[in-house]
Unconditional design. Structure first.
Length: 599
């Protein structure tokens, strides 16, 4: 029906006859001449309707927003001074010869260029929202990024293999979405949190280079970068070392950014250990654009009179300092605001010292209620280690290590971007390696896997799994970018005996091993190759590239933060017949019936 997309017509088409199809973005009547901005996925084209073609002009007079139109006309240059440099078609316009209304439209719930729309309105009327140029741009970018991944992996010999969506419920850290089986009453499938087990089975089966761009499902609390269903670029390969896997994936990410954004990322990406990342930045996905860093002062304040510091320092906690250059100029209101901010992360407060004169390590040079409770040696160590100068401010975190890391890590990022402590780089990727194999779950009094229970320990750390699980490191790696986790993975366990030892360390007995993971353990006995891989969050990557605030802006039909689809009104009730077929009774309804019977 058309010869060109609207956004593709340019000065090279002058004097040609073209046919365009699209939506009326805007109609303007300028003293007898009607201008129509025709829109499709590639952009806008200005259409000029002159009254010397009466039949066509009468149609143009009745056109309203979002009418679907077909336009045939001659391409001509716009009059001098009327060009629009913001449009690909901004040098030309279409002198309309024929105009056809393919479909009228009712008045949309909002104008496409309307600002400050509530997200609920946007998601309820998502079809209209997706017509907005920014949303069209975002989804086109998503497609371009996905294709860049596919092309790279195809060139490197990876094979796209689908894995099941209806699978077995296994403990992987988050709640499973369960699907009741009609054929097997009382039993359930689970939607996959990831294809982890199946991609390992594919390695055992001999498909040494696998990938899949696939949906994954986790029933967990949502936020801006999390959805109940999300998309992974899932990758697994055999006979490569940890360094070879990360090197290949680094090459892939550079290729994707070059293809999608024409951006050259650093080569190579820096690499730091998990311990260093937490020590310097309080995060395993630090934003390296922020120049602020944490300083360890736990040992320096272990014997001070200030119990807020000495308590955690002598009971396995952490005391860390965050130097803010020039921060002595912060107002008390600003400091109070940052104090409230760190409470979100469990901190009880935010101690600070204003360094008015770095040469006077007492209350004459250091302004803070806590200075009188810190001896000279502690103050000297704090100033020297942080490198504080006159006019600086030092914030402190003192609590359990996780609380200190979470609170100061978040404060570091917030301060950095609010007060300009950034180096100006657009993109700062970082590999974080040497993750702990296990972390202690205080609530359940047991060790749990930091990544997942199929991660291989570092060479030589196998015996630590039973003798000192907290010291055992894993062949695990995450790729962070600008404070976001882009993706992560590990070298997997290919030995059944090592896998069983990991389960023992996690307190998963033989019966539970066989019930939950028997199919994997059995497969590992049949000549499993050394293998490893990782998964990248496609939604997150595109969100960063698009500069969007939420991954909902790069997903065609996302859920809200309450895991609802406002467009389709899902989840929703189902009728009793469907429930009976699935052998399900709703507890609330059963209890209500019991109460009615009693009355």
């Amino acid at each position: 029906m058309r010869t060109h997309y609207c956004g593709e017509v340019n000065a090279s088409h002058v004097d040609q006859i073209v046919t365009l199809c699209g939506w009326n973005h805007r109609r303007r009547d300028h003293g007898g001449v009607i201008f129509i901005d025709l829109r499709d996925r590639e952009g806008l084209a200005q259409v000029v309707c002159d009254p010397d073609r009466p039949e066509m002009f009468r149609i143009a007079e009745d056109v309203r927003n979002e009418f679907v139109l077909k336009v045939t006309g001659k391409v001509r240059r716009r009059p001098p001074g009327t060009e629009n440099p913001n449009l690909a078609s901004g040098e030309i316009e279409i002198l309309c010869h024929e105009l056809e209304v393919l479909n009228p439209a009712v008045t949309p719930p909002f104008q496409l260029d309307e600002e400050n729309l509530s997200e609920n309105v946007r998601l309820t009327h998502r079809v209209i929202d997706l017509r907005r140029p920014q949303m069209q741009k975002n989804l086109m970018l998503r497609y371009k990024v996905a294709m860049a991944f596919r092309r790279f992996l195809d060139e490197k010999g990876f094979i796209d293999i689908e894995t099941p969506m209806l699978t077995k419920s296994t403990p992987e850290g988050a709640r499973d979405y369960l699907v009741p089986s009609r054929v097997h009453p009382g039993q359930f499938f689970a939607l996959p949190q990831s294809p982890q087990l199946f991609k390992q089975l594919l390695m055992v089966a001999g498909f040494d280079r696998y990938y899949q761009i696939t949906k994954c499902f986790r029933d967990e609390d949502l936020r801006a970068d999390r959805q109940p269903e999300f998309t992974q670029v899932d990758i697994e390969t055999s006979f490569l070392t940890e360094e070879q896997i990360t090197g290949l994936m680094e090459e892939m990410i550079r290729s994707v950014f070059k293809t999608a954004l024409a951006v050259d990322l650093p080569n190579p990406f820096p690499r730091i250990s998990y311990a260093e990342a937490m020590g310097r930045y309080g995060s395993d996905k630090p934003d390296l654009r922020v120049t602020l860093e944490l300083t360890e002062v736990t040992d320096a304040v272990a014997d001070v009179a200030f119990k807020v510091f000495s308590g955690p320092a002598t009971s396995g906690g952490r005391v860390a300092a965050l130097r803010v250059p020039g921060g002595a100029s912060l107002t008390r209101g600003e400091i109070d605001g940052y104090t409230e901010f760190v409470k979100i992360y469990g901190a009880r407060g935010l101690a600070y010292i204003k360094v008015n004169d770095a040469t006077k390590l007492n209350e004459d040079g250091l302004q803070s209620p806590i200075v009188k409770n810190l001896h000279a040696a502690a103050l000297k160590a704090i100033i020297e280690r942080t490198g504080a100068q006159s006019g600086d401010l030092i914030f402190f975190g003192a609590d359990k290590t996780k609380i200190v890391n979470d609170a100061l890590g978040a404060l570091r990022t917030k301060l950095g971007h609010e007060k300009g402590y950034v180096d100006g780089s657009a993109w700062r990727p970082l590999w974080v390696v040497d993750f702990p194999m296990f972390e202690y779950d205080e609530e359940n009094q047991r060790w749990s896997a930091c990544h997942h229970p199929f991660t291989s320990p570092k060479d030589g750390h196998e015996t630590l799994m039973t003798s000192d699980p907290g010291a055992c490191l894993a062949k695990a790696y995450d790729l962070a970018l600008n404070g976001w986790e882009m993706g992560g993975g590990s070298v997997r366990i290919h030995s059944a005996s090592v896998q069983e030892r990991v389960f023992q360390a996690l307190g998963i007995g033989p019966e539970e091993q066989q019930a939950k993971f028997g199919f994997l353990l059995d497969a590992l006995k049949y000549g499993a190759p050394p293998h490893g891989g990782l998964a990248f969050g496609l939604d997150r990557i595109v969100t960063m590239m698009a500069g969007a605030e939420s991954i909902r802006d790069v997903i065609a039909f996302p859920k809200t933060q309450r895991a609802q689809c406002l467009l389709t009104d899902a989840p929703s009730d189902v009728d009793e017949k469907q429930l009976r077929e699935l052998h399900i009774r709703l507890r609330q309804k059963v209890e209500t019936q019991v109460e009615v019977g009693k009355s």
